[in-house]
Design a protein around this ligand. Structure first.
Ligand code: PCA
Length: 331
């Protein structure tokens, strides 16, 4: 056999025998990632994630292919961080304040009335981003992008004139701060993730909650509840993040594609969120709900609760929290 023919035959058989290993190290090969996410496919966060994945694929010339798993279909929301940290999934999307008990600085965006507009939410994000990135890095993960939910308001099955009217309500919580609010107003906290909210409302497991108009629309809340009080209390954020080992395996071009697509997704996500705030409120009204600002009495009661929560959070978050809040206030 001429040496050239021998060589190509040897390469070919190595390719056949070594199948997977060769594919994994070949620069032309495709890398496939899973990205678990918590909210329905129709939600703006999920749509933005799909556009992000499409961009990554296009910018990497098909080399990095990310499958988005919306609706908590691959992992439940409270499991997503661990799944990414342990490499069960390469990347994920998570409500930052979901991990507030473990890392208090992640709850900075659910301190009531600290940042209630998109401009302030952006400032708070910039002020807290360095420490949040550092905390993720310490656990072997990299932040890709962050997008806020519209401002949070109160849903209830009855008219709320004062905070006292919330006593005894069965109140759905989505993170530690919302559980604490339920306790402080004398309601019964029940932690339920967004994917199960519609059912919990339909079965009467809960009859009130705090969230965005978006999640109300996603859950067709008007089928169970009639009132939405637009308290504009805070804008919680979702983060999209990646496992560093998976990131380290990418070639430079794919990594650049990922980071460029993430930057675009962040800009687009903030715009989508702003548009969503009004759209979703209109959908609540169309569904037959009363959408209104809280009465001055209800707002004042809620402000008080907010102060308690802010003090409790600052104590938990310590020097990191203080530094981030001080940086925010200077902006
Ligand atoms: N929707 C999510 C988190 C914040 C929001 O607006 C939820 O209710 O679970």
């Amino acid at each position: 056999m001429a040496w050239k023919t021998w060589l190509s035959a040897a390469v070919l058989s190595a390719a056949l025998v070594g199948g997977n290993a060769l594919v994994a190290t070949n620069a032309g090969a495709q890398t496939k990632w899973d990205l678990p996410a918590g909210y329905p496919a129709t939600n703006f966060h999920s749509k933005n994630l799909q556009l992000f994945a499409d961009d990554v694929k296009k910018l990497s010339n098909g080399k990095l292919d990310i499958t988005i798993h919306p609706g908590a279909s691959l992992f439940k929301v409270p499991e997503i961080k661990r799944a990414v940290q342990t490499g069960q999934a390469q990347a994920g999307e998570l409500l930052m304040s979901n991990v507030e008990n473990e890392i208090p600085i992640f709850g900075i965006d659910t301190v009531p009335f600290l940042a209630t507009s998109y401009d302030d939410a952006m400032k708070l994000y910039k002020a807290s981003k360095p420490i949040i990135e550092k905390k993720l890095q310490a656990q072997g993960m990299t932040l890709l992008y962050v997008v806020p939910w519209p401002a949070q308001g109160i849903y209830a099955n009855k008219e709320l004139k004062t905070l006292d009217d919330m006593k005894g309500l069965k109140f759905r919580a989505y993170n530690p701060a919302t559980s604490r609010i339920a306790e402080l107003v004398g309601a019964q906290p029940v932690t339920i993730q967004a994917a199960e909210l519609a059912q919990a409302l339909a079965t009467g497991t809960v009859n009130s909650f705090i969230s965005s108009p978006s999640t109300g629309r996603d859950s067709k809340v008007w089928e169970s509840l009639k009132y939405f009080y637009d308290a504009q209390a805070w804008l919680p954020k979702d983060m999209v993040f990646v496992n560093n080992e998976a990131l380290g395996k990418l070639d430079a071009a794919s990594k650049k594609a990922l980071m460029d697509a993430a930057a675009a997704a962040e800009t687009r996500g903030w715009q989508l969120s702003k548009a969503e705030a009004d759209d979703a409120k209109a959908a609540l009204i169309k569904g037959g709900m009363t959408v209104q600002p809280p009465s001055p009495e209800l707002a004042a009661g809620f402000k008080k609760i907010g102060e308690t929560l802010a003090a409790e959070w600052l104590k938990k978050a310590g020097a990191d929290g203080e530094a981030a809040v001080a940086a925010y206030k200077k902006m």
